[in-house]
Design a protein around this ligand. Structure first.
Ligand SMILES: Nc1ncnc2c1ncn2[C@@H]1O[C@H](COP(=O)(O)OP(=O)(O)OP(=O)(O)O)[C@@H](O)[C@H]1O
Length: 247
């Protein structure tokens, strides 16, 4: 069973020890250890099927069929690749969905303002664009005032421009809110643009990690950025071919 021991975590926001999760006898997570610091932005990379979403679901408390120790803050929120809005509820009601003591419409509207959707509070989900729906899903996470924000490929379904805007929004929200963020992504550049630390999951554990010690805002053309990207890609089993240098 996952354990919520808010207040006993300091100085870590998340502490995972010897976590194992098996499906049909096959361990997908295999004695994994992980610590996230409060306020830290961490990106989790790994090849498809390596267990990233499984780990995120455990941290979110959505999967308790586990062995090992999982200490997470009580106040945590999750946003998925699909915004998962209820089509029969207006946007502001979606934002408050699942909260035990509904804090009232004004709270939903403040969160919607924060993600730039202040004027769509009364809209039906089907009238939102993909990017707007994803922002509504972020607002739903924010009203929980999370100490830990779990993001599972939240930008994966967005077109390139909307994706850049959504990434910028998440960076702003993180800086303003100061919560720990764990972002699951396939995109090495996204990880390096946003995170303080990048982790690579392989064979059921965190097989590689690196600090992303680059000044913000980051420049994908910076040599240290490129060096980190090459290193992470190689950890993911992708060897970047040598390109001809401009002369
Ligand atoms: N409920 C389940 N029942 C059986 N197997 C599962 C279940 N959930 C996940 N798995 C298996 O666990 C492995 C890890 O899945 P997971 O979704 O965590 O990978 P992932 O790294 O997030 O992949 P992707 O990057 O493709 O989203 C996969 O082999 C998957 O088939």
């Amino acid at each position: 069973m996952a354990t919520d021991l808010h207040g006993q975590l300091s100085p870590a926001a998340v502490r995972v020890e010897a976590l194992t999760r098996a499906f049909n006898g096959r361990p997908v997570i295999d004695k994994l250890d992980l610590t996230l610091r409060p306020g830290e932005f961490t990106a989790l990379l790994g090849r498809s099927g390596c267990g990233k979403s499984t780990l995120l679901r455990v941290l979110a408390g959505l999967d308790r069929e586990i062995e090992g120790t999982v200490l997470v803050p009580k106040k945590r929120a999750v946003a998925f690749q699909s915004p998962r809005l209820m089509p029969w509820k207006r946007v502001w009601r979606n934002v408050l969905l699942g909260l035990p003591d509904s804090p009232g419409r004004a709270v939903a509207e403040t969160a919607l303002e924060e993600v730039g959707l202040g004027d769509r509070s009364d809209a039906w989900p089907k009238t939102l664009s993909g990017g707007e729906a994803q922002r509504a899903s972020l607002a739903r996470a924010l009203v929980r005032e999370p100490d830990l924000l779990l993001l599972d490929e939240p930008f994966g379904a967005l077109d390139a421009l909307t994706r850049i805007k959504a990434q910028q929004l998440v960076a702003e929200l993180w800086q303003r809110r100061g919560c720990a963020v764990l972002l699951v992504t396939h995109d090495v550049e996204e990880a390096l643009l946003l995170a303080d630390r990048a982790l690579v999951m392989r064979d059921g554990v965190i097989a590689y990690e690196t600090p992303v010690d680059l000044p913000r805002p980051r420049d994908v053309g910076d040599p240290p950025f490129t060096a980190l990207r090459t290193r992470l890609l190689s950890e993911l089993g992708v060897d970047v071919p040598m390109t001809a240098k401009a002369v």
